[in-house]
Design a protein around this ligand. Structure first.
Ligand code: FAD
Ligand code: MLT
Ligand code: ZN
Length: 544
């Protein structure tokens, strides 16, 4: 087992026996649904027991695949009564080891709860089961309603809506924002009012035009309107909502967004979706320095303003991976070699007037060349090139995966001015601690990329294998760097198994104590995702 956090199996949890499996089979009616209960004894469960990075391996003896909320409820009620620990699993694309068991927890996998339940075009609210795959939800909305799902990420083909909500996934277009007031007003405007007076007529179209420009992507805390959650004791907590506005009491759904399966199993969600933009454009830039990337970001925000939907960056060391391992899906869009420039940026716009958007982009690119902020740049010429460039960016993680090497992934928030210093400091540290030519010889790659618009760096250290000699060099050094710069040790992937004992880096003892009380209230026996996201403080740090 790797991980500086050494964990012992909690002996309070019962090992699953034949009586338990008979009960699981009866709850899930496995005689009529043979794929609903899978056993280690008879099937290869390694895909369920191993995480996406192949870093963590569990030993679940059984995988349970409920089809309905009532089944989740009955399973949890039984597990809780019998002290059986549970690992909640969505698409198993999580990057912090939260989705696989640590020991022999039974897996409750949501993949059979994959129905889209309804979509209301007026409110833009989609109701679906938690196991719906993100890409399927988005496809359904685009094809049937010309709406889009408010989240997009590289794992969209496998990750599930419930998994995204449980990790509060950020993704590629979080920075896009929305003027809620205008949206709700336009949607709720009685159509006949429009024709009563010329003033209303003008007002309606003014609002409609603004509504086109401001679409909310942003954080899932803003887009999730309601949830259905099954608590550890099997109680079904209905927090579903068809309303955009609802100020009745504490907004409990937020407790479950980002709780990484430790407070309940999300079974349904209501998500606010938005109209599909009619004009997409993408700028791909090569830059001589990270300092220039920050200047470009500021300028882009000024010139493009409300039509910006993503600002991403990558160093050339990152691009090596998709270009080498996914080369049939993406290509390098500029003249010359990708190693010719140290940094790259992607700036995406989405709006409703292509001529207007292109004019703004052309103006921006001219200014960037005139001010010598960029070395090269291009606007995607068609949707083929648009997708190929995005694959280059989204393919960094999968490209590293395809290299079959090990990857230590650090997903951190940092002040922008210090963000790339941490990557460079890390290279220096690796060379000092592991040998002066380790990076040059290609034994280790230290790469930096991420969501520049959100201050979110992905620092990946690619090594031949997972081994403590690498990990001890990187951890807790990287977390200390985040602390030093007052950043966050988890920007978007969560704490999970990897950083499960490190909440104190970002939260005070008082905050952690409150979280502990919530955990105690909702899951008093601690059966849900034990050993991960521990809400406890190291004893020697209680002065915090
Ligand atoms: P899983 O991996 O199965 O689970 C993740 C966590 O949520 C676990 O703790 C699990 O117990 C819990 N969980 C899952 N389903 C439920 C449920 N129904 N109820 C309660 N708890 C549940 N993340 C980002 O934030 N931004 C990105 O841009 C991004 N890009 C990625 C790109 C790639 C190629 C990959 C592999 C991952 C990426 N991720 C990204 C990581 C991200 O966390 C996941 O992709 C996604 O949100 C997890 O969804 P999942 O269904 O796979 O959940
Ligand atoms: C990304 O932004 O590509 C994801 O968060 C996944 C990763 O860190 O590789
Ligand atoms: Zn990311």
């Amino acid at each position: 087992r790797f991980g500086s956090w050494k964990i012992e199996r909690d002996s309070r949890f019962k090992k699953v026996d034949d009586k338990d499996t008979a009960r699981f089979e009866s709850i899930l009616d496995s005689r009529n649904n043979p794929s609903s209960v899978l056993y280690q004894k008879t099937e290869n469960l390694s895909a369920y027991n191993t995480d996406w990075l192949r870093k963590y391996k569990g030993e679940a003896p059984v995988v349970l695949k409920p089809k309905q909320t009532q089944e989740v409820s009955a399973l949890l009620e039984y597990c809780n009564a019998n002290n059986i620990a549970v690992c909640v699993q969505g698409g198993n694309t999580g990057l912090v080891g939260g989705s696989v068991p640590v020991f022999d927890e039974v897996i409750i996998n949501l993949s059979r709860m994959n129905n889209i339940l309804s979509f209301d075009e007026q409110s833009g609210i989609l109701q679906c089961e938690a196991g719906v795959i993100l890409e399927n939800a988005d496809k359904y909305l685009r094809e049937k309603y010309t709406f889009i799902y408010p989240l997009d990420l590289g794992a969209k083909g496998s990750c599930q809506i419930g998994g995204n909500i449980s990790t509060n996934a950020g993704g590629l277009r979080l920075l896009r924002y929305f003027v809620y007031f205008f949206h709700s007003l336009v949607s709720s405007l009685p159509p006949f009012l429009v024709f009563l007076s010329p003033l209303w007529f003008f007002f309606f179209f003014f609002l409609k035009s603004i509504n086109h420009k401001y679409k909310r992507y942003g954080n899932l805390h803003g887009n999730v309107m309601g949830l259905e959650v099954v608590l550890a004791n099997g109680n079904v907590l209905n927090l579903q909502s068809n309303n955009i506005k609802d100020n009745t009491g504490y907004d409990l759904k937020h407790l479950f967004i980002g709780s990484e399966g430790t407070l309940g199993v999300i079974t349904k969600a209501s998500v606010l979706c938005m109209k599909e933009p009619t004009s997409y454009n993408l700028l791909f830039l090569a830059l001589p320095s990270f300092a220039n990337a920050l200047k470009v970001k500021l300028l882009a925000k000024r010139v493009l303003n409300e039509i910006i939907s993503a600002i991403e960056f990558a160093d050339f060391q990152s691009l090596k991976f998709p270009l080498t391992y996914l080369h049939n899906r993406c290509s390098f869009p500029l003249e010359g070699k990708y190693t010719d420039y140290p940094f790259y940026m992607l700036i995406e716009t989405s709006g409703s007037n292509d001529t207007h958007d292109k004019e703004k982009l052309t103006q921006l690119i001219e200014t960037l060349f005139n001010e010598k902020l960029i070395s090269a740049g291009t606007i995607a010429q068609d949707m083929g090139q648009f997708r190929s460039i995005w694959t280059l960016r989204e393919g960094i993680g999968p490209g590293i995966g395809e290299s079959k090497r090990a990857c230590y992934k650090y997903d951190v928030s940092l002040p922008l001015y210090q963000m790339y210093d941490v990557v460079e400091n890390c290279r220096v540290r690796v060379e000092e601690m592991l040998g002066h030519d380790t990076i040059k010889r290609g034994e280790i790659d230290v790469v930096g990329y991420g969501h520049l618009g959100d201050g979110n760096l992905h620092l990946n250290v690619v090594t031949p294998t997972f081994a403590s000699k690498y990990e001890n060099v990187l951890e807790p050094w990287i977390y200390d760097q985040c602390s030093y710069y007052r950043g966050s040790i988890s920007a978007e992937h969560g704490l999970g198994r990897m950083k499960g004992n490190m909440i104190h880096y970002n939260k005070s003892a008082l905050a952690v104590n409150l979280m502990k009380n919530f955990k105690q209230l909702l899951d008093p026996k601690g059966i849900l995702n034990p050993y991960k996201l521990k809400v406890s403080y190291p004893k020697n740090m209680l002065w915090h």
